[in-house]
Ligand binder design. Structure first.
Ligand code: PLP
Length: 385
């Protein structure tokens, strides 16, 4: 299945050529307007052409576009300070993407365990249906068989347990486990929410056994679910938290935060990146945190999500099997092919995502208005009827 573009055929590109965005709308090369329920796969949290974000990154790029990590700069330091404070964490390592953040988190957890328990305690447990990235280690961490093809040999030291099944977790918890990694809401895996008792039980066991608990907040973090981090819905404190997507609001950024227990684990030379902590991306991320991390905005996100769910629940279609999610991270499980509905929605002026063959995934910009939500829900209704 090739394509006639100079791009590798890794994506089934949708037939639309986008040229401009404004607020929560996008425009194609024919001037057609689309309501955006994708935000560039959870990235454009502030929508398009946000004035403060654009101004901040423009100033940053005109002042100091890059330094590398062998020097310090105030913008990167300010972001590190702000994010560690908001997350109540001790330190952060800044990088460029979600996969890179998760890869770094895995390394940090393994180094902690190596230092304390030696080299044989290195296994990472993740959830079935999870998604953690496309590098070899994060693909292996991803608990979906369909990703474990072609690229052999995959790294050792990963195993998977069933979502919301504490017995399965206990069965997989061999003495060589050093860390558990999970998403508070699984994004790519189908917008699956985790059960409160299940998460708390895993948390307690990890604490008891000195197993590092990593929350992958790449998709569900930075306000997406109506809280700064998805794990806050479970009243727990992970040891490592990874972020990317929405923090960048359009520029590549990622990071992993750790608590005090892990803050002395890495020493100079143990990990690195050339672009990570780039001051332009950091200047933008500071604006994202200023705008999203207020009580009012987070409450608004929660309410807008509830509004969208209520509109979706009013759609009387035999195709709808379940509507799930939190805040502005919503999945609609349908009878039938999600890509077909995605194409129909595009033709009607709405951009949506899929999560597997039968789930429609909605990740609008966090700044979307109720009016736009209503228009988008109306198009989904037309497609599902
Ligand atoms: C939960 C989660 N983790 C990690 C990743 C990988 O992020 P990136 O594509 O920035 O490498 C994704 C991407 O969709 C994700 O949803």
């Amino acid at each position: 299945m090739g394509n006639n573009l100079p791009l590798m055929s890794t994506y089934a590109y949708l037939p639309v050529n986008l040229v401009k965005g404004e607020g929560s709308c996008l425009y194609d090369d024919n001037g057609v307007e689309y309501i955006d329920f994708t935000s560039g796969i959870g990235v454009n949290s502030l929508g398009y052409a946000d004035y403060e974000w654009t101004e901040a990154i423009t100033n940053a790029v005109c002042t100091l576009q890059h330094t590398s990590n062998i020097f310090l700069n105030q913008t990167t330091l300010s972001l590190a300070k702000k994010l560690t404070t908001l997350a109540n964490m001790d330190k952060i390592f800044l990088c460029n993407s979600g996969a890179e953040a998760n890869e770094g988190a895995i390394k940090l957890a393994r180094k902690y365990s190596f230092d304390k328990y030696g080299e044989n305690r290195n296994k990472i447990l993740t959830l079935k249906q999870s998604f953690h990235g496309r590098t070899l280690a994060t693909l292996t961490a991803t608990g979906q068989d369909k990703f474990h093809n072609y690229y052999f040999p995959f790294p050792e030291g990963f195993d998977y347990f069933e979502t919301n099944n504490i017995e399965d977790f206990k069965n997989k918890l061999t003495s060589d486990v050093c860390a558990v990694m999970m998403e508070a809401i699984q994004g790519e895996g189908g917008v699956n929410t985790l059960n409160y008792n299940f998460v708390n039980s895993v948390y307690e066991t990890c604490r008891e056994k000195d197993i590092i608990l990593i929350f992958d907040e790449v998709q569900c973090g930075i306000g997406r679910t109506g809280k700064l981090f998805g794990y806050e819905h479970f009243n727990i404190n992970p040891d490592i938290v990874t972020v990317a997507k929405g923090l960048g609001a359009g520029l590549p950024i990622g990071g992993f935060l750790c608590n005090e227990k892990l803050s002395e684990t890495f020493n100079p030379g143990d990990h690195g990146t050339t672009f990570g902590g780039n001051p332009v991306a950091c200047a933008g991320a500071l604006v994202v945190l200023d705008k999203i991390c207020t009580k009012e905005t987070l409450t608004e996100i929660k309410e807008k999500g509830e509004y969208l769910v209520s509109l979706l629940k009013n759609i009387n279609s035999p195709l709808i099997k379940e509507i799930r999610g939190k805040g502005l991270m919503i999945g609609i499980e349908i009878e039938g092919n999600s890509s077909e509905i995605q194409k129909q929605a595009l033709e009607k002026g709405l951009l949506i995502l899929t999560a597997g063959k039968n789930v429609l995934r909605l990740l609008p910009p966090l700044v979307i208005s109720k009016e736009e939500i209503k228009k988008g829900a109306e198009i989904i209704k037309q497609c599902l009827n």
